[in-house]
Design a protein around this ligand. Structure first.
Ligand SMILES: [Fe+2]
Length: 360
């Protein structure tokens, strides 16, 4: 029984942490004012990394495990000039929350708990529809991990790689360039156009210095342009900056398929040091469990037999058992990243720490 793509599945809930102030001094997100969406000139499919003008519109994902045909898109725009102005204004305020960990020299997390505009930007149905159309085979929802709403990466001149080689811990990402890189040397987003396993083998073989012939460098269309990619299935990194007149800033929104049978590529381990991780991940797993049963009930399959109900119930129980096992450390979903200094895979051993105003 295949997942019925038209099955109405609920959008993950929006959480409110009473200990985090939700700023009110910002405009209300208005898609009529804040969006001006364009189509990319090309789409790159995972199959042979071929460039096509548009992804074929398919009834079902190409892969039985729910993976999309999409590798990544060419650059396009989502926000209008006014939307971009508001985003930049919010980012300025959010700079007070910069932090770093072993993988990221500077980043901002949890903006999705501080900004209503960011919440609405990440959950906007028009954006979801636009990005879903770009995939050609997947309907998208915002990630259940609200901490990852509009994750921000920041790069300063002379620093290490802005992000190490990794696959994302959420299925799909929209990366918006929120700065002017006209005078920037370095800071390129680079993808390895190989299956993730082969890409990681190449990284180990070349100790992080993968030859250019395997690498695709992404060209943005200048500030306020975006690319969309199935980041959980493509190994990528962001190089350090040699020189620049302003920091490199990218805003990363995360998405998942409405298909609860899609191979699980939302990870707990990557975020486990953050306060909201356990609750967010549990909500993610209960969303999957619920959506699997909903598909049976309202997915257009006809009335199920008792055996079919029991089968789905078992699937739902498996999701929850897996969640408990991951949270209790009985098992792990860690994927880590490649540490170029240590020349080996590294994991998230220590929590992120705040960056002081004087740093960078
Ligand atoms: Fe990434």
């Amino acid at each position: 029984m295949n997942f019925d793509k038209s099955c109405p599945v609920p959008i993950p809930p929006l959480l409110n942490d009473p200990e985090i102030e939700l700023y009110t001094d910002e405009p209300v997100f208005d898609p009529d004012i804040h969006l001006s969406m364009t189509e990319p000139d090309f789409i790159v499919l995972r199959d042979g990394f071929q460039h096509v003008p548009k992804a074929p519109q398919l009834c079902q994902p190409v892969a039985a495990n729910g993976d999309s045909q999409l590798a990544y898109t060419g650059p396009f725009r989502l926000l209008s000039d006014e939307g971009y102005r508001v985003l930049r204004m919010i980012l300025e305020r959010e700079m007070a929350h910069r932090q770093c960990d072993d993988r990221h020299p500077a980043m901002i997390r949890l903006s999705g708990y501080r900004s209503k505009w960011i919440q609405d930007f990440n959950r906007c149905p028009r954006i979801l529809e636009h990005l879903s159309n770009l995939t050609g085979d997947i309907r998208l929802l915002p990630t259940t991990l609200q901490s990852s709403y509009s994750h921000v990466n920041i790069g300063y001149a002379g620093g290490p790689n802005i992000d190490s080689y990794h696959c994302d811990s959420v299925p799909y990402v929209l990366i918006l360039l929120a700065c002017d890189m006209t005078n920037t040397v370095g800071g390129e987003l680079q993808l390895i156009e190989r299956d993730p396993k082969d890409a990681l083998n190449l990284i180990e073989q070349y100790k992080g210095q993968v030859p250019n012939e395997y690498i695709r460098t992404i060209d943005y269309l200048g500030q306020n342009s975006c690319v969309f990619m199935q980041g959980s299935r493509i190994v990528h990194r962001v190089k350090g900056i040699h020189s620049c007149t302003e920091p490199r800033i990218t805003v990363v929104n995360s998405y998942m398929s409405t298909n609860p049978f899609a191979a699980e590529s939302t990870r707990y381990d990557t975020f486990r040091h953050e306060k909201p991780a356990a609750l967010e991940y549990t909500l993610h797993k209960t969303w999957r469990a619920n959506a699997k049963i909903l598909d049976l009930a309202v997915g257009g399959h006809g009335w199920p037999t008792n055996d079919q109900v029991i089968e789905r119930l078992s699937m739902a129980i498996d999701e929850l058992s897996q969640c408990r096992d991951i949270l209790t450390n009985t098992t792990s979903d860690k994927i880590g990243y490649y540490d170029e200094k240590k020349q080996k895979m590294a994991y998230y051993d220590t929590p992120a720490v705040a960056l002081k105003d004087t740093e960078n």
